[in-house]
Design a protein around this ligand. Structure first.
Ligand code: ADP
Ligand code: MG
Length: 298
């Protein structure tokens, strides 16, 4: 039986009335609360009933330290997207717990969960999921507006973010006027609009060619340098090799858990049972992972 150490509440517990300054997406954030950014304990999601029951996620224990870049791999149907949705509060577990920034989120009510997602989680999807009637800038403004920012603050924030993803000159363009890679960069900017505690990306490069994939990896590397916790599901070995850590799933369970060194080779193998014992808090691998991959290619 796993013991869960009491959590200290982290950034995500910030109340709606707390208007203390937020760090920029590329700025170092203040000292994180102790404990992982994300934690799953005995996480299980069962779909269907009786003979058609599917254990999409089956008893997953996982800690993601703040600042870590984690890639989730595994064959189609092994539960990667379900795991990501559970971690981000888009879906609820059948059993088990999800902790985000030191706060247990799986039993929150719908409204609290929606507010938490808006403020603390940035999602990036394979198919972008932009609003196609809105410009790039309006897409990025939207989450900030929904979280209560003034139109002016949202506009300023969107302008900064589009600049940071290299799309300042495309702010007024509709998604239909952008390439796939540019759309995904808008989606990454949108995911960052509320300075989320974690960014969760499901096959973010799945629709992209290799140049656009490289752009997204470069962006993720900048996020990592800024201390952003990032979990990405990917089929692309190149993308997975760029992470700090790769977990692979089989039939809803964690089959392997590997820390990568700068050359994309495993440093440690074997699933640690989610105890976090092999983790270094995401602090010991600067200059490795994504950065190393990008240097190979430059
Ligand atoms: P992956 O992202 O690794 O391809 P998913 O998490 O999408 O896998 O799916 C895991 C398993 O759960 C699959 O067997 C899939 O068919 C099943 N599944 C996913 N979503 C649903 C759903 N809404 N209803 C029923 N079964 C589902
Ligand atoms: Mg999937």
């Amino acid at each position: 039986m796993r013991t869960v150490v009491p959590r200290v509440r982290g950034r995500s517990s910030r109340s709606d009335t707390d208007d203390s300054p937020r760090p920029g997406p590329y700025g170092r954030r203040p000292a994180e609360a102790p404990g992982p950014a994300l934690r799953a304990v005995g996480l299980t999601r069962v779909y269907g009933q009786d003979e058609s029951m599917v254990w999409a996620v089956d008893g997953v224990d996982l800690d993601v330290p703040a600042g870590q870049t984690l890639a989730v791999t595994g064959p189609s149907g092994c539960g990667k997207s379900t795991l990501l949705q559970l971690l981000g509060g888009l879906d609820r577990p059948t059993e088990g717990e999800v902790w985000l920034g030191g706060m247990r989120i799986d039993h929150l009510g719908e409204r609290a969960l929606a507010r938490l997602r808006r403020r603390s989680v940035g999602f990036v999807f394979q198919a972008y999921h932009l609003m196609y009637e809105l410009s790039a800038a309006q897409n990025v403004e939207l989450p900030a507006l929904l979280a209560g920012a003034s139109p002016r603050a949202a506009r300023r924030r969107a302008g900064e973010l589009l600049q940071q993803v290299g799309l300042a000159g495309r702010a007024r363009h509709l998604p239909s006027e952008l390439s796939g890679g540019q759309r995904q960069r808008v989606a990454v900017a949108r995911a960052l609009a509320n300075d989320p505690l974690v960014v969760l990306a499901d096959e973010p490069t799945g629709n992209l060619d290799s140049a656009a994939t490289h752009d997204i990896l470069r962006l993720f590397d900048e996020l990592r340098a800024a201390g952003q916790t990032l979990v990405m599901v990917t089929h692309d070995e190149r993308v997975a090799a760029a992470a700090d850590r790769v977990i692979s799933m089989r039939d809803g369970t964690l089959a392997d858990d590997t820390r990568l060194d700068g050359d994309g080779r495993g440093m440690r193998h074997g699933h640690d049972g989610g105890t976090g014992l092999s983790h270094d808090g995401g602090t010991g691998f600067s200059g490795t992972g994504l950065g190393a991959l990008l240097r190979w290619e430059d």
